[in-house]
Design a binder for this molecule. Structure first.
Ligand SMILES: NC(=O)c1ccc[n+]([C@@H]2O[C@H](COP(=O)([O-])OP(=O)(O)OC[C@H]3O[C@@H](n4cnc5c(N)ncnc54)[C@H](OP(=O)(O)O)[C@@H]3O)[C@@H](O)[C@H]2O)c1
Length: 316
């Protein structure tokens, strides 16, 4: 048996110690995107949780909207039954019809109830949706911190400007903006080019990389002749999957050079080399155990540069 992961990184300026990779739990209870209840069940995600804990991963990401609350419920139940403590991140969805800070208070209360916890470690704005200004939501976040329901505040899908505004609004209350959770994978490198990654570095805000496996594409198991099931078929066309194959070949080659790492492990390692904390989704034990193999080693600078170059060609 391999040793549990002992490496920790700090979440922004918060002092909260997390493993360099977390686990995303969108698929835990979600039938629409992920087919929950068809190819996998409560028992599978329960086993995925146990495998995550056994591997020493201490950071879980969920949201009120995942599985319409089921993800939070399952995660809370598993954590309670484990008798251990973890760093739990959840999210508030600021639907455009939520117009006051009270909506965040209510949503937070409901999330905590589903999680069965007195507070969440990281409470994130899920999207920067209008019409309520960033500053109003950050005020509500600050109040939740002061009331003891939230340990740290994060945002998600915020661009550079929105992130700067959130950071400034929280700073006025003496609270750091801990993280910005954005779509970041070898096939989706926008944060590197739109200023988000740089601002995260400048302000010591953790960049949490969601969909770091490009929803399974970077594992190499999906090909033009074997596209992903469900709605993902509409996101990843045959042409796109075709274009991605040389990159997946390179992931495979570099994995071989590192003692038989898989394309998924190399793709996750790439995000870590870029300074991000990836939160791959995992539906079962096998996926957790495989993804954990992304930790404890590093691609070389030359390998990262080669992946960077080839990944741009996939977009072209
Ligand atoms: N803030 C946001 O707006 C936002 C948006 C999206 C996601 N997220 C968060 O980020 C997390 C991860 O993103 P994601 O779930 O969209 O995408 P992802 O992590 O790129 O891909 C996850 C999917 O890839 C497949 N997979 C994972 N590990 C594998 C392995 N080792 N071998 C083979 N297949 C594997 C599984 O699906 P199959 O087996 O079905 O292929 C799994 O559900 C989510 O769970 C959620 O917490 C946040």
């Amino acid at each position: 048996m391999t040793e549990p992961i002992s490496e920790r990184v700090t979440l922004g300026n918060t002092g909260i110690a997390i493993t360099p990779m977390g686990i995303g739990t969108w698929a835990w209870g979600d039938g629409v995107m992920w087919g929950y209840g068809k190819g996998y069940t409560d028992a599978d995600v329960r086993a995925a949780f146990d495998a995550t804990v056994a591997a020493g991963i201490n950071f879980f990401d969920t949201a009120e909207v995942y599985g319409l609350g089921r993800s939070e419920k399952l995660l809370g139940q598993f954590i309670r039954e484990s008798g251990q403590t973890f760093v739990v991140a959840t999210k508030f969805m600021p639907f455009p019809f939520w117009l006051t800070k009270n909506a965040l208070r209510r949503a937070l209360r409901n999330s905590l109830k589903r999680l069965g916890m007195p507070r969440t470690d990281l409470y994130q704005m899920h999207f920067p949706l209008p019409p309520v200004p960033v500053e109003t939501w950050m005020d509500a976040m600050a109040e939740a911190v002061e009331a003891g329901f939230v340990r740290a505040v994060g945002v998600s899908n915020y661009d550079m400007k929105q992130m700067g505004r959130a950071h400034t609004a929280l700073a006025k209350r003496g609270i750091p903006l801990a993280s910005n959770q954005v779509f970041y994978s070898l096939l989706h490198r926008d944060p590197e080019f739109n200023g988000v990654a740089q601002l995260c570095k400048d302000l010591n805000i953790t960049l949490i990389a969601y969909s770091p496996l490009e929803k399974g594409v970077l594992t190499g198991k999906y090909t033009p002749d074997n596209p992903p099931p469900g709605p993902r078929k509409n996101i990843y066309s045959r042409e796109y999957l075709q274009k991605a194959q040389p990159l997946i070949e390179m992931l495979r080659d570099f994995g071989d050079a590192h003692g038989g790492k898989t394309p998924a492990q190399v793709a996750l390692n790439w995000t870590i080399c870029k300074g991000a904390v990836p939160i791959p989704g995992a539906k079962n034990v096998r996926q957790v155990q495989s993804n954990v193999g992304a930790l404890g080693w590093r691609l070389t600078d030359d390998e990262v540069a080669a992946l960077d170059e080839l990944s741009l060609a996939v977009k072209a």
